[in-house]
Design a protein around this ligand. Structure first.
Ligand SMILES: Cc1cc2nc3c(=O)[nH]c(=O)nc-3n(C[C@H](O)[C@H](O)[C@H](O)COP(=O)(O)OP(=O)(O)OC[C@H]3O[C@@H](n4cnc5c(N)ncnc54)[C@H](O)[C@@H]3O)c2cc1C
Length: 349
């Protein structure tokens, strides 16, 4: 990953005052390459803005995630997407035309939409043409005159005239507490439930029902055989191996938040076997992933501030709308248009 510029520390940057022109200066910097950040960035690009996305993760997409290991493919975050509004429905329509979205029958009378060939292909589709720096964890944000500066542990990453923050609300609250307390206050109003997810690579999946399993009272929110996803013929060239992804309910995950990952694997495997009555046989590979901020349990109220007092920084993320990808997407677009409107108003005066 190329570094943007040599770094200077937050203290030196503060002493230097307004940013010098030789530093990386963008119209808009977006923290987070999840669906909210990508949606905002696509809008910005459409209007000819210079935009940079920074994200701490190894890969883009945030919680719309796919992990590959030794021929196994696990969709260990979002399981499927649904659209109720026109903006997200239109995006899904485009993705489908480009072969990045397909259907998955999850019960005899329910079909949902999934990324193709994997869930991460959907954010990758939205990300086309964007300038994204992964593995860049922002540790502080500061205001310097007309600019907003982003720092990681090595110093200054880049500066923007405007910014959008899309991290989950507790992380946004921490980053914004000093420079934008009015927005940190908004972030403190939202909350999430966690989700323990286990990924089991199997020797074979004979006899396992292809329909996903849900049993919240037993502790399972969603469990699916990865090979049952209708689109797997597109991955066939990679010969994906039998794999089972099991996601615990919010209540179970909260109760076991600090449990050792191996114990989580053993417990959720046992619960799944008890419910289905199926013995899994040889488990070739087992991994647990804890999503600390998985699904929004309480969204910030619409009346709370989403734009900073100086009109330069906007909030986005599912926690401003609700627990689904569509709400993240909508929030990203709304954040961009709020900044655009404030910029036009200030230019008119
Ligand atoms: C297990 C699970 C199952 C789900 N199932 C579904 C489902 O079936 N259907 C559905 O619609 N939704 C589902 N969701 C919810 C859905 O994934 C989210 O609503 C949506 O992806 C949120 O997008 P976002 O862009 O708001 O946040 P995120 O995807 O979390 O993106 C935020 C990004 O900010 C980055 N970041 C945070 N802090 C920093 C920092 N300091 N510096 C740099 N980068 C930073 C993170 O790395 C992350 O990539 C599920 C979520 C989980 C976890």
């Amino acid at each position: 990953m190329p570094r943007l510029k040599p770094r200077i520390s937050p203290a030196r940057a503060a002493l230097a005052g307004p940013m010098k022109s030789d530093l990386s200066m963008f119209d808009l910097i977006i923290l987070g390459s999840g669906v909210a950040g990508l949606a905002a960035a696509q809008c910005a690009q459409k209007y000819g803005k210079t935009v940079l996305l920074v994200d701490k993760g190894r890969r883009l997409g945030g919680r719309v995630a796919t992990r590959r290991k030794d021929g196994f493919v696990f969709n260990h975050g979002t399981q499927f997407v649904t659209a109720t509004g026109t903006a997200f429905a239109s995006l899904l329509g485009h993705a489908r035309r480009f072969g990045c979205l397909t259907d998955w029958q999850v019960s005899p009378n329910k079909t949902v939409q999934i990324g193709a060939p994997t869930m991460r292909d959907l954010p990758q589709f939205i990300a086309k043409g964007l300038d994204i720096h992964q593995q860049t964890e922002i540790t502080s944000i500061a205001r310097h005159g007309e600019a907003i500066s982003f720092f990681d542990k090595d110093g200054l990453v880049a500066c923007g005239h405007q910014a959008i923050i899309t991290a989950p609300s507790p992380q946004s609250a921490r980053l914004l507490a000093a420079p934008y307390p009015e927005l940190a206050a908004t972030a403190s109003l939202a909350s999430y439930e966690p989700c323990w997810t286990i990924m089991l690579g199997l020797e074979n999946d004979d006899g396992i029902t292809p329909m996903p399993l849900r049993d919240e009272t037993a502790g399972i929110q969603f469990a699916a055989l990865e090979t049952s996803r209708q689109n797997h013929q597109r991955v066939a060239a990679e010969q994906i191996r039998p794999a089972l992804t099991i996601q615990a309910s919010g209540a179970w995950s909260q109760q076991h938040l600090e449990t050792d990952p191996q114990d989580v694997i053993d417990s959720l495997t046992a619960i799944w076997q008890d419910i289905t009555g199926h013995r899994l046989g040889t488990i070739v590979d087992a991994t647990a992933h804890r999503w600390r901020y998985a699904k929004v349990s309480m969204a910030a109220p619409e009346t709370a501030a989403r734009l900073s007092n100086d009109q330069k920084l906007a909030l986005a993320g599912d926690w401003l709308g609700g627990p689904r990808v569509e709400q993240a997407f909508d929030s990203g677009q709304q954040a961009f248009y709020a900044l655009k409107a404030s910029h036009e108003t200030s230019n008119a005066h």
